[in-house]
Write a protein that binds this ligand. Structure first.
Ligand SMILES: [Mg+2]
Length: 128
């Protein structure tokens, strides 16, 4: 990731930040994955005990935790040498195959259930 890509720019800034503090030795994939989960948990915690879809946490707290999640994700991807944008684009393409618009529009059914439905539709009716 190079150039004007904002994610690459963030990754470079994070690498410099971590290097200046000699934190690389702490950034094992395992610990970075755990940190990502912890930060996602902190984001989730903001929604705990909220009532209904319009009862949102303070925007600044959401902003901070979303930033933490992205930092951990970019650190982990960097440590694993995974191109996050390419990974996300590949996953989006896979999801487009898993969730064809004609089957997925307007519902939240998991793709495996779509497959089961398609398989059941092809099976002859049970005799028992
Ligand atoms: Mg946090």
């Amino acid at each position: 990731m190079q150039g004007t890509d904002p994610l690459a720019s963030l990754a470079e800034a994070l690498a410099a930040f971590n290097e200046a503090r000699e934190w690389g030795r702490f950034h094992t994939p395992r610990d970075l994955a755990m940190a990502l989960s912890v930060e996602a948990g902190e984001l989730l915690e903001l929604f705990l005990w909220k009532q209904g879809p319009d009862d949102l946490p303070a925007r600044e707290r959401l902003r901070e935790e979303l930033g933490d999640v992205l930092i951990c994700l970019v650190n982990l991807a960097g440590r694993l040498e995974i191109d996050l944008l390419a990974a996300a684009r590949d996953k989006l393409a896979k999801n487009a195959e898993r969730y064809p618009v004609e089957r997925a529009r307007g519902n939240a059914i998991k793709w495996t259930e779509h497959l089961e439905g398609a398989r059941d539709a092809k099976e002859p009716p049970s005799s028992g």
